[in-house]
Design a protein around this ligand. Structure first.
Ligand SMILES: NC(=O)c1ccc[n+]([C@@H]2O[C@H](COP(=O)([O-])OP(=O)(O)OC[C@H]3O[C@@H](n4cnc5c(N)ncnc54)[C@H](OP(=O)(O)O)[C@@H]3O)[C@@H](O)[C@H]2O)c1
Length: 227
């Protein structure tokens, strides 16, 4: 069975997803309402977080890193899942300390370097291998459900992974927090970037489900993906 998948995005009025002061407290507060069993990050989103916070980059690894949590099966907090077939994320130790998830999991493909698979295994980070070159997201999500009982996934990524998931027909809801801010700057990244995901031409009709003004003049628009 496939889990329900929700893209949750903070955007400026001019469609930027970076380069503006997003209300993160509101973003994460609303995100909790779906009670997700897993939060899925794109690797570039994690690498951007590392760029913004270099302390994440090379923390001294500590013993906790090598001790898998004992209560991961009963802990109600979500799994934190990173799609990283190219083995680019090396800040798992720092991420492990984030308080809001029960355990970590990497999505990889058959093309993921073996050294990286060993690196993850040595750190007791679970791995789902799906797909040949890039990750087969349908297969990976199905495995998340089968192996880990994940029924609801909230996606925290940029337009690349969002597009891959949309192209695969894997997204149920798109939630956008439109901030009263004109961010300007570079055109990318955006919330939807099929060109970067090498699936250019993709277009996705949506159906508006609700709108609400929340926080300081932020429009929260919730859409479902039209069949
Ligand atoms: N405002 C917001 O709400 C928000 C939220 C999250 C992120 N962001 C921003 O978004 C930016 C990052 O966005 P991004 O679009 O560059 O990257 P991203 O979506 O975070 O990461 C790209 C992901 O797509 C995967 N991918 C690419 N092509 C694929 C394919 N053909 N099949 C399967 N998987 C594929 C990559 O997997 P591999 O690693 O395996 O290649 C990677 O996990 C950052 O600046 C971040 O700060 C904003």
């Amino acid at each position: 069975m496939l889990p329900k998948v929700i893209l949750h995005i903070a955007s400026s009025l001019d469609g930027r997803i970076t380069n503006f002061p997003a209300d993160l407290e509101l973003y994460y507060g609303l995100a909790a309402q779906w009670n997700p069993d897993a939060i899925l990050f794109g690797s570039a989103t994690v690498l951007a977080a590392v760029r913004d916070n270099p302390a994440l980059e090379v923390p001294p690894e500590h013993v906790q890193m090598f001790t898998p949590p004992k209560d991961a099966k009963t802990d109600p907090r979500p799994l934190l899942v990173i799609a990283d077939s190219r083995g680019r994320v090396h800040c798992w130790d720092a991420i492990r300390k984030w308080p809001y998830m029960r355990d970590l999991l990497a999505l990889c493909s058959s093309a993921t370097p073996q050294e990286y698979i060993s690196y993850l295994a040595n750190r007791h980070i679970g791995t789902i291998v799906a797909g040949n070159n890039r990750i087969d997201m349908r297969a990976a999500l199905t495995e998340l459900n089968t192996q880990f009982g994940v029924k609801v996934v909230r996606v925290d990524s940029g337009g690349t992974l969002n597009s891959v998931l949309l192209q695969g027909g894997l997204v149920d809801e798109v939630s956008v927090l439109i901030h009263p801010y004109l961010a300007g700057g570079e055109p990318g990244p955006t919330m939807f970037d099929p060109v970067n995901a090498a699936i250019s031409g993709l277009q996705v009709p949506l159906m508006l489900r609700s709108t609400k003004v929340v926080g300081d003049g932020i429009i929260w628009a919730l859409y479902s993906v039209r069949e």
